[in-house]
Design a protein around this ligand. Structure first.
Ligand SMILES: *Cc1c(COP(=O)(O)O)cnc(C)c1O
Length: 453
């Protein structure tokens, strides 16, 4: 065999044996067909960088993770303190059931979460993922209303464009068009969807700007829908101030205040889904703080463990706890096997400590670097909007993104990004340096320009 063909043979063998090739057709990936675009293999992750193996077997690529692994790895990978917290708990015990037992990591984490939450949160229910925590919050709202003598209140009021998870009850309050409702007709409960509030921007002087007429129209529509359904509504469920997976779209904090008022007037619980927005991401420790609103129930997840393990929590006020405790069942009717997993709780406790001491400085620094770095994207012909809020930066195109092409073009610039629909966005780890953020912005802009113009 001539020497010159040897590298090609080696390459194709490597490609055939590669992780991506073994994965193909065997393992499902999120919202992807079995024969979908081949995934990149991850061989290492450290700090804010991933080492990726291209599906075609080429040389490994080192890339900054502009997604923070779907918004959760806020402190980056292999963080020494988080690794140490995991090791310490591993040496004690990794898991015990939570029925009839308790442990230091869970209690300490509950103490920390209730101390830092917006408003007077008194109780914590630990769940194993964000979606499950939303299920628990919705179940809790139904139990609350029944215990308060209003058993007919079994529906939820939310706004269009939301995302709350992929399990059935969570899916039922996701946007009815984008949220896969058409795939499960007849199974999903029908809830009440108010319009989306108008998009808003945070100006440099920290004031919010939006179309005031549109906001007034939204408020009156929201109030009248709530009032029309008042006898059947249990709770308002909403992502405070920033809608995430439904479109990376901020709205005016005044809208959240309107929801708080309506909830109080009609005896509804206000459930704040802070799974994406919690722990500093939007420029407040919790996005509800932008509106000075204290929810009755709050879900946190994603960044809770700094991206190490799956864990979520439902926080609630003393009033909610009291009503449910004196209900027919006396208990919150949920109890997952891995509830309050000690390893996850131990890591989360340390992650919350790190968030508390670092988020303000880091998020405002990343935020400024994103505003600066993404501004030139406004010049691109394919781009219709560029927006930032806290450590979130969004480039919105006039049409759908060619995801594999933009992903590849960004990787050529050392950036890992996972666009969706018409959005190329970043929610980077808070520990990105200014140079890292500049590389992310240049990478996203360069990739959009190369692929879409
Ligand atoms: C990601 C997300 C969820 C679902 O969390 P999972 O851990 O993926 O189940 C729910 N609500 C919001 C706002 C989210 O961003």
């Amino acid at each position: 065999m001539p020497e010159t063909t040897a590298p090609a043979v080696t390459d194709s063998l490597a490609a055939r044996d590669s992780l991506s090739a073994r994965d193909g057709g065997l393992v499902w990936h999120p919202y992807a067909p079995l024969n979908g675009p081949a995934p990149y293999g991850v061989s290492a992750a450290s700090g804010v960088r991933l080492t990726l193996q291209p599906p075609d077997g080429g040389v490994p690529i080192e890339a900054i993770d502009a997604m923070a692994s779907w918004w959760c790895a806020v402190h980056g990978y292999r963080h020494p303190e988080l690794d140490e917290a995991a090791r310490r708990q591993l040496d004690a015990f990794s898991h015990v059931m939570f029925g009839g037992l308790t442990h230091e990591p869970a209690v300490a984490l509950a103490e920390r979460l209730t101390a830092i939450a917006p408003g007077p949160m008194a109780h914590v229910f630990f769940a194993d993922s964000g979606s499950v925590s939303v299920e628990v919050a919705l179940k809790l709202a139904l139990q609350y209303q029944a215990a308060a003598g209003r058993p007919r209140r079994q529906r939820f009021l939310t706004i269009r464009g939301g995302y709350h998870g992929d399990t059935f009850a969570a899916m039922s309050v996701c946007d009815p068009v984008d949220g896969m409702h058409s795939a499960f007709p007849g199974v999903l409960a029908r809830h009440v969807f108010a319009p989306r509030p108008p998009i808003a921007r945070l100006a440099d002087d920290e004031t919010w700007r939006t179309d005031e007429n549109a906001l007034a129209a939204w408020e009156s529509e929201f109030r009248s829908m709530a009032s029309a359904h008042r006898d059947t509504l249990a709770a308002i469920v909403v992502e405070p101030v920033l809608q995430g997976a439904g479109g990376m779209r901020p709205y005016h904090p005044r809208c959240l205040r309107v929801m708080r008022e309506v909830a109080d007037e009609l005896g509804l619980l206000l459930v704040a889904d802070e799974i994406a927005t919690g722990f500093g991401r939007t420029g407040r420790l919790f996005a509800s703080e932008w509106a000075d609103v204290a929810p009755d129930v709050m879900c946190v997840g994603k960044a809770l463990t700094g991206g190490y393990l799956s864990l979520a929590a439902v926080l609630m006020t003393a009033q909610v706890g009291r009503v449910i405790t004196r209900s027919e069942f006396g208990a919150l009717l949920h109890g997952p096997t891995f509830m309050a997993n000690p390893l996850a709780c131990a890591i989360a406790g340390t992650s919350v400590d790190i968030v508390e001491s670092t988020w303000k400085h880091n998020v405002s620094r990343v935020s400024q670097a994103l505003s600066r770095g993404l501004a030139p994207a406004r010049e691109l012909s394919s781009v219709i909007d560029v927006r930032t809020l806290g450590a979130v930066g969004v480039i919105q195109l006039g049409g759908g993104v060619d995801v594999p092409a933009v992903t590849r073009a960004a990787l050529d610039r050392g950036v890992w990004v996972r666009p969706f629909r018409d959005l190329v966005y970043t929610m980077p780890p808070y520990v990105c340096t200014d140079a890292d953020v500049a590389q992310i912005c240049d990478g996203l802009i360069g990739a959009v320009r190369e692929v879409h113009g």
